[in-house]
Ligand binder design. Structure first.
Ligand SMILES: NC(=O)C1=CN([C@@H]2O[C@H](COP(=O)(O)OP(=O)(O)OC[C@H]3O[C@@H](n4cnc5c(N)ncnc54)[C@H](OP(=O)(O)O)[C@@H]3O)[C@@H](O)[C@H]2O)C=CC1
Ligand SMILES: O=C(O)C1=N[C@H](C(=O)O)C[C@H](O)C1
Length: 334
């Protein structure tokens, strides 16, 4: 019999999580089922904001539940009382990956690329109100976006890296509804929007200033922070001349603990960003900072994005592709 060590590390994490999830379900017993069934109604009743018709609630496929962010987002989907489609894509081929992973006690079948079209055909038949959420890797983000677009499936793209313009263009060309955003944490998105507003209102206001951008993330984050890249675009409109490759990327544990003050238990999941602006004579300094530990802020924002898309689909909105600032502006904040 194969031991856990024979599986790739992300699959091992998934199996471990599956066991943890089972334990949670056993502990919660009846209450967890009640909560799942009623959360959406409760959200609709308490919120004074637009909420989708519950009878038309979307069914959500999350790719990939084997990853850290995908798993967290899938759990948030279940917590919100939405239907989680019991399939998830993986970068591995059949025979290497385990066949199932658990999300909040729901068995989710892991699907390699060779089967993805067959499974997608089945899912579309069984879940006509399908919305896909993607948290995968920079090297497959464009291929995945094209796959969803080719299948006419609306999607929320949280994956960073790759070419985000092409992601949006794929959805646009296929006429598929999509939210594309490197940042799903609503409060961080509000900060991002504030920087955009400042740039639009006061272009060139920081001319002559210098900028330093430092971002720290868990060791195996492959790309430079997509959020930092987006914020840098606003600073450049404010008069700076800062290149993406000047963003300082911290991935080593010692610097994270000692220089960035990342809590030890957040080394595997954190996003610390600091933007420092200094006047030419060094007499003025601005520091903007957003430090996040864990992933719940993004997972909950993802559900907001899903509900927002569902609403746009119900309305038959003309605009197809959105970002998280659009979601915030329409008040989709549960
Ligand atoms: N927008 C936002 O707010 C946020 C965005 N992110 C972004 O989300 C992405 C994922 O981050 P994170 O979860 O930490 O990374 P992980 O490495 O934990 O997960 C990535 C997952 O992608 C899967 N994967 C790889 N290739 C494919 C493929 N071809 N098809 C389907 N799945 C595939 C891998 O599964 P397997 O190993 O089985 O192949 C892996 O489990 C990153 O780009 C990150 O920047 C993260 C947090 C917030
Ligand atoms: O990989 C992450 O963790 C994160 N990725 C996003 C990014 O690249 O900006 C958002 C957040 O920083 C967490």
């Amino acid at each position: 019999m194969q031991t856990l060590n024979h599986y790739p590390s992300t699959i091992q994490r998934g199996i471990q999580r599956q066991n943890a999830c089972r334990a949670t379900v056993l502990l919660r017993g009846k209450h967890s089922r009640c909560k799942a069934a009623t959360t959406l109604d409760a959200a609709a009743a308490t919120a004074s904001k637009p909420v989708v018709d519950v009878s038309l609630a979307p069914h959500v496929m999350v790719n990939s539940c084997t990853g850290r962010m995908g798993h967290s987002a899938a759990e948030a989907v279940v917590r919100a009382g939405l239907t989680l489609v019991p399939f998830t894509l993986t970068g591995y081929s059949a025979g290497v990956a385990v066949s199932n992973i658990g999300v909040a006690g729901i068995p989710v079948e892991v699907v390699g690329k060779e089967r993805r079209q067959d499974i997608m055909n089945r899912i579309r038949e069984q879940h006509p109100r399908l919305i896909v959420v993607d948290y995968t890797t920079p090297n497959c983000v464009n291929d995945n976006a094209q796959f969803y677009a080719d299948n006419g499936v609306p999607f929320v793209m949280g994956t960073t890296g790759g070419d985000p313009q092409k992601v949006a263009a794929a959805a646009e060309a296929a006429g598929v509804y999509a939210v594309v955003s490197p940042q799903m944490g609503k409060q961080v998105v509000a900060f991002q929007a504030m920087m955009q507003l400042m740039a639009d209102s006061f272009p060139g206001v920081f001319s002559g200033y210098s900028l330093s951008v430092v971002e720290s993330h868990q060791r195996n984050k492959a790309d430079t922070s997509g959020t930092a890249k987006a914020v840098v675009q606003s600073f450049n409109k404010m008069g700076l001349d800062f290149k993406e490759n000047q963003i300082r990327k911290i991935r080593d544990r010692v610097t994270q603990l000692e220089a960035m003050a990342v809590p030890e238990d957040a080394l595997d999941g954190h996003a610390f960003h600091t933007y420092t602006l200094r006047s030419p004579d060094q007499s003025v300094e601005f520091v903007f900072k957003h430090n996040v530990t864990g992933r719940s802020i993004y997972a909950e924002g993802t559900v907001d994005a899903v509900l927002f898309l569902a609403k746009k689909m119900q309305e038959g909105a003309q605009q197809k592709v959105y970002n998280m600032i659009d979601v915030l502006r329409e008040g989709f904040l549960r």
